[in-house]
Design a protein around this ligand. Structure first.
Ligand SMILES: *Cc1c(COP(=O)(O)O)cnc(C)c1O
Length: 232
């Protein structure tokens, strides 16, 4: 079942990605495996998945030693400063940095461990009260400040679009994130690149890919519905 789901998502993703604007990379799939047992991750791995997304530090730390070393782990959920020490050095990319304080903590921990940490800036494009992330207007100043941390490297932007039945209504938000990345690229800030746009989930990944997503984060579409009551 998982392999068929991945096949279907990959097929739709490459069709959607073919319509992306010039100059943007083809969208890659991150399999969002939060709440799912390791057997399911292994099935996805055996089918070729190497990028996995988790939203909780504890769960991520539990799963890392149970999976092969060539997995690229993406932390996609909100990161609290007191959890930073557990995660630095273990992720391929942290998608959810939205404050100088958090980036400063990552810097401190990375210095201790003598490693470098790649991150994305989470932007709350749709300005939903329930969501983390910096606003579009505050993002450039935040990025400038974070760029000063020598061990923290901004690679691009991430957004979580609103939940919707109609993916088309999120197109405007994906476009706004892309426009913001173009705007920041033009500022040529040292230690900042804008090659990564992490946007799109099960309900709207095709629209996100059409708008230039470099990563889409798909959970339900690969592993099925999450049942929090049972798994937590
Ligand atoms: C859970 C989660 C996803 C995946 O959501 P689905 O709708 O199951 O595809 C993507 N991004 C983030 C940040 C998430 O927390």
């Amino acid at each position: 079942m998982i392999s068929e789901n991945i096949k279907e998502v990959e097929t739709r993703l490459s069709a959607a990605s073919a319509k992306r604007p010039d100059g943007f990379a083809e969208a890659k799939l991150i399999a969002v495996s939060k709440t799912k047992p390791i057997e399911m991750l292994k099935e996805a791995y055996d089918f070729g998945c190497r990028d996995f997304g988790e939203n909780k530090v504890q769960e991520l730390c539990d799963k890392i030693p149970q999976m092969p070393d060539d997995v690229r782990w993406h932390l996609i959920g909100h990161l609290q400063t007191n959890k930073v020490k557990y995660i630095v050095g273990k992720t391929y990319l942290i998608h959810s940095v939205d404050s100088v304080k958090l980036a400063g903590e990552i810097q401190k921990e990375a210095e201790k461990k003598q490693c470098d940490v790649d991150i994305l800036i989470e932007v709350n494009v749709a300005q939903e009260d329930s969501k983390f992330g910096v606003s579009v207007t505050q993002a450039p100043a935040l990025i400038r400040e974070i760029s000063q941390f020598p061990r923290v490297h901004i690679k691009g932007l991430m957004t979580i679009a609103p939940y919707t039945e109609d993916a088309e209504t999120n197109r405007v938000f994906f476009r706004q994130l892309r426009d913001l990345s173009v705007d920041i690229t033009s500022k040529n800030i040292d230690n900042v690149s804008m090659n990564v746009l992490s946007m799109g989930m099960t309900g709207d990944y095709e629209v996100a890919a059409q708008e230039g997503a470099s990563y889409v984060r798909v959970g339900t579409g690969i592993f099925g519905e999450r049942n929090y009551a049972v798994t937590l």
